[in-house]
Design a protein around this ligand. Structure first.
Ligand SMILES: Cc1cc2nc3c(=O)[nH]c(=O)nc-3n(C[C@H](O)[C@H](O)[C@H](O)COP(=O)(O)O)c2cc1C
Length: 250
């Protein structure tokens, strides 16, 4: 079974490609997360968990979902982590998670997809995004062949920098940076409520027609990137920048 989390569609695209190639079921973790329900899932086929990297580790919100859930049946677990440039030593943390959950760790694939972190970086235009996705899709199809045969994914060679990024830098990033305080709406906001609906953590609400962010943000970028009026900004960092949505899902 393919289980995914996504903010802006990249991981959903990879999950769907795997589901098709492996003729397997696909499950979106976001409704469980939004409703605060621990998953109870059963699969005869290996588990494939697909999600974005946030500061060189699998998105914490998705790791928490896996940690809280029950996944019975097949004991093999593969991970596909989508990123803009690299995942550091995120695979080592997935291996540790497998020990905790009683899974047999089968490896982690680093899927380089378009950058979506508009609160920090510029994002590629649609043409460049499609080119990046095409390369990623070909690599992922090769990995799917290994999954089909029940083989392990090749391990990435790790350096000291990878360990530092996924370790101390990841911790500092969540502690100091992953906050919703800098989100605001401009006068382009039409109070349509799409951001409220899309937030996987129910952290966005509408009060008398104005959008408010709470304390429980994971920086998935869904609110800012899917706003139909491009009326959401993140401090000065997002102003004038293109928003990213996986071009497969408009
Ligand atoms: C909070 C946050 C942190 C990110 N950290 C990294 C990172 O450490 N390395 C990297 O290559 N990409 C990073 N990215 C880019 C995303 O991982 C990448 O674009 C991913 O494919 C987005 O997946 P999604 O569309 O399924 O949400 C980050 C994005 C966000 C929003």
């Amino acid at each position: 079974m393919i289980v995914y989390f996504t903010g802006t569609g990249n991981s959903r695209y990879c999950a769907e490609l795997l589901a098709e190639t492996l003729s397997d079921e696909i499950i979106d973790s976001r409704p469980f997360i939004k409703d605060g329900i621990a998953a109870e899932l059963i699969s005869e086929k290996p588990w494939v968990f697909v999600g974005p990297v946030y500061a060189w580790q699998m998105a914490r919100v998705f790791v928490d979902f896996i940690r809280a859930g029950s996944f019975s049946g097949n004991r093999k677990a593969y991970f596909v982590i989508t990123c803009g440039a690299g995942i550091g030593s995120a695979g080592a943390y997935m291996e540790a998670l497998c020990k905790e959950k009683g899974f047999e760790y089968m490896g982690t694939h680093e899927a380089i997809m378009p950058e979506n972190y508009v609160a920090m970086f510029p994002v590629p235009d649609e043409e460049k995004s499609r080119r990046i996705i095409n390369v990623a899709a070909k690599r992922l199809e090769k990995r799917a062949e290994l999954i089909k045969k029940g083989e392990s994914l090749p391990a990435k060679k790790l350096g000291g920098k990878d360990k530092l990024l996924s370790g101390a830098v990841n911790k500092g990033f969540y502690k100091h940076y992953v906050k919703a305080k800098k989100f605001y709406t401009t006068d382009k906001c039409t109070s349509c409520g799409k951001c409220v609906k899309l937030c996987p953590l129910n952290n966005v609400s509408m009060e008398n027609g104005s959008v408010k962010w709470g304390e429980n943000c994971t920086h998935c970028m869904a609110c800012i990137c899917y706003c139909p009026a491009e009326a959401i900004e993140y401090g000065k960092a997002s102003v004038g920048k293109r928003r990213y949505k996986c071009p497969e899902y408009k």
